[in-house]
Design a protein around this ligand. Structure first.
Ligand code: AMP
Ligand code: GLY
Length: 420
């Protein structure tokens, strides 16, 4: 029997909008008494006690969890996973929701992800990996355009070049294999897939897969999907073009198959498996996997979750079933970013009017300075609202954004355009 008392103590690792959404969901739980967030941000501080420990300081995080009788730790960012936070917690017998360093390679190494998919027949673009520039160039020239060139390692969503010409593909290979811009120097080259993209996050516990609601992100900086790739400028959930039939196919042929593939290879996975999928003429295929909740998708998915999120996390850690139920309304969010992002941008931009917003304000990169709310990152905050459909939810968000005064921030006005 799951007890129904508010007694649980939870630590959330991270400091962005994703972690703000996780903290909000935990604050709605009937079982959670106290939430800590390391390091958190100015918005998270309203619902959690922020602790000044960096996400990669895994020894200090484990010590904090032990000293403060934390029942469960939830990991937000990939940097903490790649540092081995889940391995470190497991050594100390501390419960943690997030995959081990080895399991997180499904995100941190594109080549590892591609090999798993190839070995287990999980649909994705054909690819080859190279560390030699001349061989990479010869391969690119043997394939049709556009060419997709990916740096093999964590590059915060910025290590992918879709090159419409051979000259642009060559320049990307030069940068990644010969230049100093990246570091290690290994690339994956893959065929271009055409179709609309969507994000399918599932909670995975070994072979058990609990699907979360489908969302869609918007990676380009400006309206009409123009400008540079970013960490994500807005999202919404559900996504009307992903019908129940497509969703079932993606669940069975991609997400369940991947959970089974990892288990077959002796890798125990506990955490969110994020499928970045593309709906091609042949069905859903994988663009990338992440080993964590997506940002900004989490901010529009978790508000729709009716199931107690603590119970969901706890069930995944224990490996027991946990059915989920969802609010059918659409949740849509728009990111306010500092001008110049994803390139150089200013910090310390003053933000006023967030108290007048009717929807939700999720802080991504904020701080308090002399009592005032200021920006502290490129993506600063996300405004979300729910509505009967995508257009209604977006209208509500745009009306809320007009109440905010923050010269120096910009945002997209067309989030959800593929579904309106
Ligand atoms: P990734 O970091 O792998 O998610 O790639 C970033 C973005 O590049 C994706 O969201 C896609 O828009 C695009 N992209 C990556 N791989 C492909 C591909 N094989 N075909 C078409 N577009 C791609
Ligand atoms: N929204 C894409 C990501 O979290 O990587």
């Amino acid at each position: 029997m799951i007890e129904d008392k508010k007694v649980k103590r939870v630590l959330v690792i991270g400091s962005g909008g994703r972690e703000h959404a996780i903290v909000d969901a935990l604050a709605r739980s009937s079982r959670v008494a106290k939430i800590f967030c390391a390091p958190g941000n100015a918005g998270i501080a309203d619902k959690a006690e922020c602790v000044d420990i960096s996400v990669t300081d895994i020894d200090d995080l484990a010590r904090f969890a032990k000293d403060n009788n934390i029942d469960l730790t939830v990991v937000g960012p990939e940097a903490a996973l790649a540092e081995g936070v889940a391995d470190r917690f497991a050594e100390d017998g501390l419960a943690i929701f997030g995959p081990t360093r080895e399991a997180a390679r499904i995100e941190s190494s594109k080549e590892f992800a591609k090999e798993i998919m190839e070995r287990h027949g999980i649909p994705t673009a054909s690819y080859r990996a190279f560390d030699n520039f001349d061989e990479a160039l010869a391969y690119v020239k043997s394939r049709p355009l556009p060419a997709v060139v990916k740096y093999d390692g964590l590059a915060a969503g910025k290590g992918v070049v879709v090159a419409p010409t051979y000259e642009e593909a060559e320049a990307a290979l030069r940068d990644m294999l010969l230049g100093a811009a990246f570091g290690k120097g290994r690339v994956v080259i893959e065929d271009f897939l055409a179709g609309p993209e969507f994000s399918f996050m599932c909670i995975v516990s070994g072979r058990k897969v609990y699907p979360l609601a489908i969302a869609q992100d918007h990676k380009r900086a400006y309206d009409n999907d123009e400008g540079p790739n970013t960490g994500g400028m807005g999202a919404y959930s559900p996504v009307p073009f992903v019908t129940d039939e497509i969703r079932e196919k993606a669940l069975k042929e991609v997400m369940q198959k991947t959970a089974d593939a990892l288990a077959d290879e002796g890798i125990h996975y506990c955490g969110v498996l994020y499928g970045g999928l593309i709906l091609t003429a042949e069905g859903p295929k994988v663009i990338e996997f992440n080993a964590r909740f997506g940002d900004p998708e989490t901010e529009v998915v978790l508000p729709r979750l009716k199931t107690d999120i603590y119970t969901l996390f706890e069930s995944a850690v224990a490996g027991v079933d946990c059915p989920t139920s969802w609010n059918p309304e659409t949740c849509l969010g728009v990111v306010l970013a500092a001008e110049g992002y994803p390139g150089k941008y200013a910090k310390g931009i003053e933000i006023e009017g967030t108290d007048k917003v009717s929807g939700d304000v999720l802080h991504m990169g904020t701080a308090r300075k002399e009592g005032k709310l200021v920006s502290a990152g490129g993506r600063v905050m996300m405004i979300t609202a729910t509505g009967g459909n995508v257009a209604e939810a977006r209208d509500r968000v745009m009306a809320d954004i007009r109440k905010i005064n923050a010269p120096g921030l910009f945002w997209r006005t067309d989030i959800g355009h593929q579904s309106i």
